[in-house]
Ligand binder design. Structure first.
Ligand code: WTA
Length: 666
């Protein structure tokens, strides 16, 4: 198997940190309670989830069927139940905690706003009524291209309230990425904003949305635009509607649309090895069960917590742990619009201090950037309210983990390193903070009711602890993806095809099914899992998933580019960076031409996908290293990108002489 991460570094890590007696004493789950949950799930997988579903989600119509596996791997959970995600996040809290703050918001420029559960409920109802007035109904798709403001969360919940299916598009994506997503979902409405603020600049959301609409997006009937920056943006009266004015006129009551448990709550696009990003489809009932339960288990949420997950709502982490999970659990959610470095590297810590953040959940890339900025930044702020830290999105290197532990956690706060994916919907492998000793770089053990394993090429369980393999999930779980929008075959082949009918699979009328996560992993002698990185052609750049093929397609769409191969290169802060080998039509660019064309290509990729996909390195060559059968030797390219001495056998190459040139030596 190919893996991007160095297995040696994880195998030698054996420091362990038990939670403090103080934390354990107050935790909702201690080791005994966790053991009881695991035992219950092991004894009766479906019974365990059924009980939890009844406890954690408010159902308008109770379900009687827990799992329908007749059409596996299209598993269906709690099928005959009806619920509504926004009711779970809002209405059910109005009695006990209507006046508790649901969302605390801070803009990059320091402006703040809070919404109590009552206020958030009213805003969501008004917005839902506004959507209805624009003709949006149950099952319609709504694209959301918003800054990281409370309005983004409100727009998502408003869609959920009326059974519309949202697809949030990260604000850093380009016009052509918007167009792809809108066209794939056939969205009817686009919700956006005049702009947002990030990194000290205005992000031109409306202008980018307009570009996307100029390129296509024929199904979009209206554009609902929130006022955020107040700067001048084009307004097309035939199509554009000012959100704030329309929402103000609406009633604060909106009867929820009670949807079937399997009704799609959202689609979220993510990258795979091949083709364009796929629209991962999530359900309502099962997803809400997973989001609510994991929020409580992993983050130990309780009355008085201020929970800050720094992810943007454009990613799955923002769906499950900014919006649906913590609100369903009745917590207070912190939302911040901007980046960690504005105005300086103290911003995150200042927010923690000013808003009394108790639980802080971020990505290793942010931790590494803040570590690099120096210990003096967290040192300047009062972080005494913090009681739990989390990490998500990519493997966290032990050095960053130790810094987080020592400097932010003052050597006493537990760290939950949570492994999961857009596809899994919610956290799968993570410490339970009051119950499990942590090890720097390990996401520890699967959560109750989550059956993960490691298998070899043939799908056989790897019993020993000395070798890595493919990370798989061997039993269905409620928050699992329900498909790839519009592409049922790709769903089966991508996730379920490789180990079909393997011994460890879940037996159903259609055969045995094993979910392939796409990550390599290793299990140590304590049964802890260590994620080694993707086993497919997916990069993880600053915690963002990018397909190498997507970037290659973007590069070759430039008229001057004949061929391109993209690999990841280890990067101190980003985890991985994009390294592109490019073959041009005609002469290979050199000197000033190469420099200028590198710049142009980087901009071209930003236009095609978004700035997050820009290659850090571009190397021009006359040819790519190919075997005689025409296969690009990516492994060799990865070594070259890392600057390693080439030890691989290059004699099978069609063109062995090209290696020096690719390595920048000729
Ligand atoms: C990686 C983000 C190591 C992994 C929630 C996975 C991780 C991909 C971790 C999913 C972690 C996520 N340790 N690797 N704690 N969390 N990953 O869909 O490669 O954006 O497959 O979901 O991120 O990325 P996605």
């Amino acid at each position: 198997m190919s893996s991007n991460t160095n297995i040696q570094s994880v195998l030698t890590e054996n420091r362990a940190f038990a939670p403090s007696a103080e934390f354990v004493g107050q935790a909702q789950l201690n080791a005994d309670k966790l053991a009881a949950l695991h035992a219950a799930a092991q004894a009766d997988h479906l019974g365990f989830w059924a009980d939890l579903a009844r406890k954690e989600v408010a159902w308008q119509t109770p379900f009687t069927t827990v799992l329908d596996d007749a059409e596996a791997p299209n598993f269906k959970w709690f099928v005959d139940g009806r619920t509504n995600a926004s009711v779970n996040c809002l209405d059910r809290h109005l009695g006990a905690r209507g006046d508790q703050v649901a969302i605390r918001y801070e803009g990059e420029q320091g402006d703040t706003r809070t919404y109590t559960y009552k206020q958030l409920h009213a805003e969501v109802c008004k917005t839902a009524n506004a959507l209805k007035s624009l003709g949006v109904a149950k099952g319609d798709r709504v694209a959301i291209y918003m800054p990281m403001t409370a309005d983004a969360a409100i727009a998502m919940l408003a869609c959920a309230r009326i059974g519309a299916i949202h697809t949030v598009i990260f604000g850093g994506f380009s016009a052509s990425s918007i167009k792809d997503r809108v066209e794939d979902t056939q969205a009817k409405l686009l919700i956006t904003s005049d702009g947002g603020r990030r990194g000290g600049h205005i992000v031109e959301l409306k202008r980018t949305a307009d570009d996307a609409l100029a390129q296509g997006c024929a199904t979009i009937e209206k554009v609902l635009m929130f006022r955020r920056t107040g700067h001048d943006v084009p307004f097309n009266p035939a199509r554009d509607v000012w959100a704030n004015a329309l929402i103000e006129q609406q009633s604060t009551e909106c009867e929820p649309e009670w949807v079937e448990s399997e009704h799609p709550l959202f689609l979220l696009y993510t990258s795979g090895s091949t083709g364009k990003p796929k629209g991962i489809q999530h359900s309502t009932g099962g997803y809400m069960v997973g989001a609510t339960a994991t929020s409580k288990w992993v983050f130990d949420l309780r009355q008085g917590d201020v929970f800050w997950c720094t992810a943007d709502v454009g990613w799955v982490t923002g769906h499950s742990y900014v919006v649906y999970g913590p609100l369903s659990a009745g917590s207070t959610v912190m939302m911040y619009e901007g980046t960690p470095m504005v105005p300086d590297a103290g911003r995150f810590w200042k927010i923690c201090q000013d808003h009394g953040v108790t639980i802080f959940y971020t990505a290793p890339t942010a931790i590494r950037a803040l570590m690099k900025a120096g210990d003096q930044w967290p040192g300047q702020y009062d972080l005494s309210k913090l009681r739990l830290l989390g990490s998500v999105g990519e493997p966290i290197n032990p050095e960053a983990w130790m810094w987080y532990h020592r400097v932010v956690g003052k050597e006493k706060l537990p760290i939950v390193d949570t492994w999961w994916q857009t596809e899994t919907g919610t956290i799968m492998i993570s410490p339970i903070p009051g119950a499990i000793a942590t090890k720097p770089g390990s996401c520890t053990k699967p959560l109750p009711g989550i059956a993960v394993d490691i298998v070899d090429e043939g799908g056989n369980r790897i019993e020993g602890n000395d070798q890595g393999g493919y990370l798989v999930v061997t039993k269905p779980w409620p928050s699992m993806l329900r498909g790839i929008w519009g592409n049922p075959e790709r769903f089966v082949s991508t996730y379920w095809g490789q180990f079909k009918d393997a011994p460890a699979g879940y037996a159903t009328p259609t055969g045995k099914w094993t979910y392939l996560a796409g990550d390599g992993a290793h299990r140590d002698t304590d049964g802890y899992y260590w994620i080694m990185g993707r086993t497919d052609d997916v990069l993880n750049v600053s915690g963002h998933r990018l397909g190498t093929m997507e970037i290659e397609s973007a590069l070759v769409s430039h008229p001057r580019v004949a061929e391109a191969a993209v690999v990841g290169r280890p990067h101190e802060v980003k985890g991985e960076s994009v390294f592109a080998f490019v073959i041009c039509n005609g002469e290979r660019p050199t000197g000033a031409d190469a420099e200028a064309f590198t710049k142009e290509l980087r901009e071209h990729v930003a236009r095609e996908i978004g700035a997050l996909a820009k290659p850090d390195d571009i190397r021009f060559a006359d040819n790519l290293p190919k075997t005689r059968s025409g296969k690009i030797m990516r492994r060799l390219l990865r070594s070259i990108a890392k600057g390693e001495v080439i030890t691989q056998d290059t004699s099978t190459l069609e063109n062995p002489g090209i290696v020096d040139q690719l390595a920048g030596k000729a």
